[in-house]
Design a binder for this molecule. Sequence first.
Ligand SMILES: [Zn+2]
Ligand SMILES: [Zn+2]
Length: 113
Amino acid sequence: MTITLAQAGLTSAATSVSYRALTPRQQDVFHRALEAATQATNVWHIKDIHEFAAAVLDIDLPHNDELVECSCEGCPDGCDAIAPLSLCAEYLDGDTLRPQCPGCADDHRITSD
Ligand SMILES: [Zn+2]
Ligand SMILES: [Zn+2]
């Protein structure tokens, strides 16, 4: 019997970065980009802003994707990963959907019931 695991296409470019590993300038750009994205009224502007931020952070962001910060509650130190939303797992916290980065989802996936 053969077991086939569905593997996401892995590339050499970073699919997630640690917030603490960013330079102060990258952290600043990231915050201002997310702030600008929440102010944007046009969905294409939002996508563009996320794409620009991903370029600054050197993250391989899939087209039309968004950057999110991991909201994992299962990490002792609190995870600070920034990753594309499409690669993250999502769990329900009350009635809020929160992202969990690929590393956390692999390691200690939170399942909402
Ligand atoms: Zn975690
Ligand atoms: Zn995480």
